[in-house]
Design a protein. Structure first.
Length: 221
């Protein structure tokens, strides 16, 4: 698989659990398709597979905000044809006209791809600036106790009222600026986990008011 990605010039990025931002393009596509399907699916939601081809065609032929082109155009170098369209393609046997058409066609695709690259880079830079305005870097050290955000769903329970953070976990190692290796404090033999910093927050153990180690001025809080 590494050789295939190398040939395709694909940069393989690994993601931690519950952090879809790493694969944002796929997650955004899924969100768009789900929203589109929800507008046409029956109340019993059993016909989603029947409308999926039409939803896919609508998505592929819609101009994207980031690229300024439709996915169909970027793949084939033209917009899709319908029964009412008359595509100006050489149909005679003159190979000179055909070669000229192919040359112009490939040149158009190359210029379009360069425009898409420039538009994508501008969009990414704008999104990064907006993210950096609100982002505060958090740094934790090995040995710190942390609570870990983990989504939970239970039948018959209100999801908003369910507990979202679990712990304590102990940080074993800082793997990068955003990823940490942790293990359960009460079960150190369990396999360690790699989590993104956005899922972590400091863990504070409950203080017993009768504990003699508790300072006198904190017993009323």
């Amino acid at each position: 698989m590494k050789e295939v990605m190398k040939m395709c010039k694909v940069k393989h990025c690994f993601t931690t659990s519950y952090h879809p931002q790493t694969n944002g393009l796929t997650e955004r596509l899924n969100r768009t398709l789900i929203n589109m399907i929800s507008m046409y699916v029956n109340t019993d939601q059993k016909n989603w597979d029947e409308i999926l081809p039409f939803i896919t065609h609508a998505y592929n032929t819609t101009i994207q905000e980031t690229t300024s082109y439709s996915p169909f155009f970027l793949l084939f170098g033209r917009e899709p044809m319908s029964l009412l369209d008359d595509e100006n393609i050489p149909t005679d046997s003159n190979m000179d006209d055909y070669d000229e058409y192919i040359e112009n066609y490939l040149d158009k695709i190359a210029r379009t791809r360069q425009v898409v690259i420039n538009n994508t880079e501008k969009t990414q830079e704008r999104m990064k600036r907006n993210y950096d305005k609100k982002h505060n870097e958090k740094i934790y050290e090995p040995g710190h106790l942390m609570a870990v955000w983990t989504p939970v769903r239970k039948i018959g329970k209100c999801e908003k009222l369910l507990r979202k953070y679990f712990g304590p976990y102990r940080i074993l190692k800082k793997l990068s600026n955003v990823n940490y290796l942790i293990e359960p404090k009460d079960n150190p033999g369990q396999d360690p986990l790699i989590v993104h910093v956005s899922r972590l927050k400091p863990y504070f153990e409950r203080i017993d008011e009768g504990d003699p180690k508790v300072p006198h001025n904190l017993k009323n809080y």
